[in-house]
Structure formats: C-alpha cells, structure tokens
Design a protein around this ligand. Sequence first.
Ligand code: DQA
Length: 171
Amino acid sequence: MVGKRAGVIYTVDSVPPAGNPVPGTVLILNGPNLNLLGTREPEVYGRASLADIEAMCRSRADELGLKLEFRQSNHEGELVDWIQAARGRVDVLIINPAAYTHTSVALLDAVMAAQVPTIEVHLSHIAKREEFRRHSYVSLGARGLITGFGAAGYRLAVEAAALLIQQAKAP
Ligand code: DQA
C-alpha cells in the first residue's frame, strides 16, 4: 500500500487505474532537439522517433479514456506560452523540457503559475549523466519525475497522469 485518500486505497498496481476511465485532458510538451529523436544520439535516446512516441502515447491515452495533446518546440518562449495556456484547461501536463530542464527558470515559473499537476519525463537517466544534467529547475515545480526508461517513460507518464486525474476527480 502506498497511500490512502477519501476511503480509497491506492496500491502500486493501481497504475494504470482500474475501473472506469475518468475523462481528462493531458498535454505533452517536448523541448528542443526532441524533434530529432530516432537519429539523435540513439545510443543515449533510443531509436524511436517523436512520431513513434506520440503514437504510443495516443494509443495508451485512448485506452485510458484521456484526451491527448502532443507538441514539440525548439523555442523556450513558445513552451512558456503553451504552459500558461494550459491553466484551467488541461488536467495534467507531461513535459520533457530537454536542455531547458537544466537552464530555464522561465519554464519553472510557468509550471508554478499554471497550477496544473506536472510530470517531468526524460528518456535518459539524467542523474547518471554529466554534472550539468543532474540539476532540473522544472523538477521543483513537478509532481513527479520519470527518468531513464527511454520512450517507455512517456507511456508510464500517461499512466501516472490517469492516476492523478482519477485521484483528483474521486468523489
Ligand atoms: C533529455 C535529457 C536532457 O539533458 C537533454 O538535453 C535532452 C533530452 C532526455 O530526455 O533524456 O535533450 O531531456
């Protein structure tokens, strides 16, 4: 048992959530250079393209009854705009901020301001890499972090989003 809320007991195996899907909207944002996945340092980031990852997330979101939006930008300000616009509209934000993870107070501030539960995802295990990748500004505003599971981490994040939505909307 890992937690108890409003009379419902949550166990590790309650991811993915059992029972009827709870409707919700999930926004997945991807930062710079993730458009190159598949050909970019495949020994670090794997061979799946961003389109492959999007298809995997859409299929899992469909199974879980979630509406999914999936976007990528190489521009910090565009990511900030999308996070701001998520406020009150999106139930869970999943973000791989890529290199901005390690540099961007602006993305952290946007996540804090948006007040949308946020799951941070990295394909690689950032804590095991170069020193400069071990710190994440975005983590300070994130509900949780999934790192080191490659493309599968995105699917795990969609499942975690479903769990958060189910918990938030539980009677
Ligand atoms: C990354 C890790 C970052 O350090 C890097 O800049 C990326 C991808 C990952 O998914 O492992 O672009 O976020």
